[in-house]
Ligand binder design. Sequence first.
Ligand code: CA
Length: 376
Amino acid sequence: MKVAKVITHIVEAPVSEPFHWAIGEASSRSSCVVEIITDTGLVGWGECFGPARPAAAMVKAYEPWLLDFDPLATEQIWQNLYASYRDQGQKGIPICAISGIDIALWDIKGKYFGMPIYQLMGGPLRTEVKAYATGTYRKRDGDPMDYIADEVARYKNEGFSALKLKIGFEVDEDLALISKVRDVIGPEMGLMLDANHGYDAVDAIRLARAAEAFNIGWFEEPVSPEDLDGYLAVKSSTSIPMAGGETEYTRFGFREIFRRRAMDYVQPDTCAAGGLSECKKIADMANAFGIRYVPHVWGTGIGLAAALHLLAVLPHNPPGRRPWEPILEFDRSEHPARQAILTVPIEHKRGFVNIPAGPGLGIEIDKQTLAEFTVD
Ligand code: CA
């Protein structure tokens, strides 16, 4: 079996109402979807996180190391792709492109052997995962104290046992919102904070110390991703665990985070950090360093399915009668194509999501809908 064709689809759709977070705003959602076709007619799907057009260009640049190669040789292909642009491509878009390709190859591998990816990656430690709701983005108009209070009440009613609140704007305003959200959801529900690296260490430390009163699960991206010393400063000032890593890449990038123990939870994005092959390695390193792993997920149903297969095989650390279980980031913000491109959407039931059990990623792409969302 050989790779016969590599196709990229720029999936893009405007959202009904623009929404923002500490450092950016979304008026549309887009993804680079990767389709790899073999000479035997098998088709695999993958997704690259991050800017879609540069990722698609980079996927195209990798074609010489894909066409006519055996798609089952995922390790060899990963090494070839990484080596081909290593000197200028150790992080960022080149690795996002490898990620989408690698996920598509694993989808082919699963379909070839007639098994879900998690079966080929060691067999499942779990077949469903607890999901937390990601949302609480800001609108251009209205008072967040009102509309975010309504939003988090909805997540509680839907059965989620945890949610993540966006902060990173202004410390006192953020603290007032944290207090309000804790009031609305009650003392039991898990509450995590995500500053999207909108603070420096001074503000992050002030926020963290005051937020300790609200029983916070983790403090995500308190400071800029390059500033590991900043992470360590915040970490040493508070009992709230540090989370981050959605903009870090490969085992080589995460090695530094692990070595310095800058984070308590690492959040590699499967569609960015190197794909399933690489993220399994990062997860095993996290396990060796005693650091928790929670995949970052913010794309279409393809990226969501890939994260679920990885979640199925994440090792317990340590194993025990009631070990800590990894949790799925379930993005509730508007993304018109997210579930629409799947023939069967991946939904939660009272805050739990089943891991797709069909061959490969266990999803089918609705090619008609995909075409409707695809722009040139
Ligand atoms: Ca985040």
